[in-house]
Ligand binder design. Structure first.
Ligand code: G1P
Length: 303
């Protein structure tokens, strides 16, 4: 069955990015000149998804506004003769058919995904977490959808991580270490370094079947007091085949300050209008730092 629906949970608080996210959703923070969530929507569309369900909550209406047509702005840009910008602005609302579901009480990722049940219906679907931006020559989700065509079972994107970071991720326990696709024996959300079953962390791309929904709606809160998607995936993995897929591409955690800065620099360096000046600036910055580190070393030596 061809997958044409994707769910993007965007109801989180963005605590890792406070105070910037106090009055602004983290998904709307710009990476170069587009909000983070747009990269994820574009990845879904480039992978063949035609219908997107964005899960938001109260106070996040600017996410809805962003993907909705702004006739006033379009008219103004038209009057100003700014045709390039007009096309850019118009294309945002034409990306896909986008639905919004507002969570009444944000209770975690699992709860957010369950809120899309009615709109997803009885068909397989994709989930993309907007904190994770993946730069790849073939979109990460497209790689997974191609694999789904062969496997017809849930697939979770995974990536090797240093074990000391295990407590930040869901971790899979693979049946065998086959690359790039392995059968999942078990999963655990945010284990300690000592309890992590492997170094393969879940990255925010999933292909799921509707069998996940009944599990999610009756799930109890897990780690952090939240309904965790991983906990229901764990039950499902014990009932049917589920695969981990080490995708081809570079992932940035843009919900994290360092990941956000790295994504901005990497994507800006891919832009011909920004690259030459940014590169010169970075070379100068690194050169200056090297210079000041040399001064510091000299100063320490003479103390
Ligand atoms: C979520 C998932 C986790 C996954 C991570 C990837 O965690 O629960 O399993 O590894 O996304 O970004 P969160 O970052 O929302 O705490």
């Amino acid at each position: 069955m061809t997958i044409h629906k994707a769910v993007i949970p965007a109801g989180g608080w963005g605590t890792r990015f406070l105070p910037a996210t106090k009055s602004q959703p983290k998904e709307m923070l710009p990476i170069v000149d587009k909000p983070a969530i747009q990269y994820v929507v574009e990845e879904a569309v480039a992978s063949g998804i035609t219908e997107i369900i964005i899960i938001t909550r109260q106070d996040k209406s600017i996410v809805e506004d962003y993907f909705t047509r702004s006739v006033e702005l379009e008219t103004w840009l038209c009057h100003q003769g700014k045709t390039d910008l007009l096309e850019v602005v118009k294309s945002i609302s034409n990306l896909a058919k986008i639905h919004f579901v507002r969570e009444k009480h944000p209770r975690g990722l699992g709860y957010a995904v369950a809120s899309a049940w009615e709109l997803v219906g009885d068909e397989p679907f994709a989930v993309l977490l907007p904190d994770d931006i993946v730069i790849a020559s073939t979109p990460c989700l497209k790689q997974m959808l191609d694999l789904y065509d062969k496997l017809h079972s849930p697939i979770i994107a995974v990536q090797k991580i240093p074990l000391e970071d295990a407590q930040r991720y869901g971790i899979i326990s693979p049946e065998t270490y086959d690359y790039p696709c392995c059968l999942i024996r078990d999963l655990v959300e945010k284990p300690s370094f000592e309890q992590s079953p492997s170094d393969l962390a879940i990255i925010g791309r999933y292909i799921l079947t509707p069998a996940i929904f009944p599990l999610l709606v009756k799930a109890s809160p897990g780690i952090g007091g939240e309904i965790q998607l991983t906990d229901s995936l764990r039950i499902l993995a014990h009932q049917q085949k589920m695969y981990g897929y080490q995708f081809d591409g570079t992932r940035f955690d843009v919900g994290d300050k360092l990941g956000f800065i790295m994504a901005n620099l990497t994507l800006a360096l891919q832009r011909s209008d920004l690259k030459p000046r940014l590169k010169r600036y970075l070379e100068k910055l690194v050169g200056n730092n090297r210079q000041s580190n040399l001064y510091l070393t000299e100063a320490n030596r003479s103390m």
